[in-house]
Design a protein around this ligand. Sequence first.
Ligand code: FE2
Ligand code: FE2
Ligand code: FE2
Length: 509
Amino acid sequence: MNSAPLFLDKVQEICRDIDQARSLEDLYGNLIHCLAKISDAAQPVSAFMTLVEYCGAGNTFQVARGTGRYAAMAGTILHDAAILENLSSAIRSLENHYSRDAVTFCFPHPENLAILVYVEMAREIDADQQKLLAFVNDKVVSSIRTHSLAKQSARTGRAMVIALASLAEHKDQDTGEHILRVAIMTDEIVQVLQELGHYPDKITPEFESYVSTASILHDVGKVAIPDSILKKPGKLEAEERKTVETHTEKGMKVLEKASRILDGNNYLLSLSSEIALHHHEHYNGQGYPVRLAGLEIPLSARIVGVVDVFDALTSARPYKKAWPEEEAVKYIRDQAGIQFDPLVVEAFLKVMEYRQGVALIHWTEALSVKVSCMDNDHRVLIDLINQLASAEKIGNRRIAESVLDELINYTIDHFNREEQFLQETGYPLAELVAHKLQHASFTETIQDIRWQYLHGFRPKINMEVLLFLRDWLSKHILVEDMKYAVLQGQARCRSERAGTSSILKRHPA
Ligand SMILES: [Fe+2]
Ligand SMILES: [Fe+2]
Ligand SMILES: [Fe+2]
């Protein structure tokens, strides 16, 4: 019997499978199983995938995913000489490599990387079959390119939105953290509303994908409010309050104008504009600017309304202290049906429960380095690690990506602030260099983790990663950062003796 038509059927089936992948994660998650279909070896076919940098010499090959006898080898380095020879030949030629008992597929990937998939065979692939497999390679490479571009373009859009919103945010509070915290919690509430079966007709896949990014722009209208009012310490006069309230209409107008460029057909912009206009409406109709009530208020704005208030209450401002979390949660609970949509409040409470349930680390006085701004930074980092654990528990990849982005951004900002602080306070040079090296190595590790996660090579932010983050941070604070707490103490003693307090004046603890 001629086996060629049979093989052609397999190749067509593999190409169909590849076409069906909805994302890079989806593609890589199924790639070994798709390609293993060419094998006549016993089921389950033994196959694995590895990612290699092809500019580097002396590559090591680590199993990313495996099946059959490689199923339990994810994360391990390969040492089998015959297999290594096959992999090296594929990477040298950047083409598939065929041996008597295996096919090594090679898919070049942007950024000087290649994905190799090694499939054990019961019989050798002949020359005609090799030509057919070239179609499979084209299909996989073009699918990788398409999904990478789509991902890149979505992330570029979000990054531009963050940059734009940060400008408005800087006018108000000097930081861009508020908008990102709002975006993350908005996403979490949407996910939980879905779990609870609330508003199924409103939470479409499009709504789910865009509402978090749209929420980032809720206060964009604040760019048009004079600094003399926005930054005024103390209570605002009635007229001034009215001016601040116009940030809702001003934001909506800017976003509507942008939307007209796209003939009003852009879902993200229309969602952003309804959130900007209505996020201060109250469920009982007593909010502003339109005084909509109940379900007349768009769902997006009802969600952002809750998140925005919770985040504002739990954040310190020049004119007020941060509320303890329990008090802020109680306020939101008490306002269900008054200021807020009761179903959104129900979802909010569940999100808080999730976060509490999976918290890996809690801030305690033992972690204090006695410098209030650094303590605050460390608290935020601890929160972000807990939020990452919560995102994984909820099982939402998009939320985990946002938290990971924020964790990396905040870590880099914190390290910069801390290093500058150490320099200014006369931290011994050798210690400073060692401290900076620790920061740099941690930054590199988390950036690697994010890269692998974003590109679909890391299926989960698993417990191993979460524990690594928790342990690194707590150990670093207790061992390295605590050294400057000790120096602060010594400086305080010296300056008290000398009647000055140079360090403490610059950085009030
Ligand atoms: Fe606002
Ligand atoms: Fe540090
Ligand atoms: Fe630190």
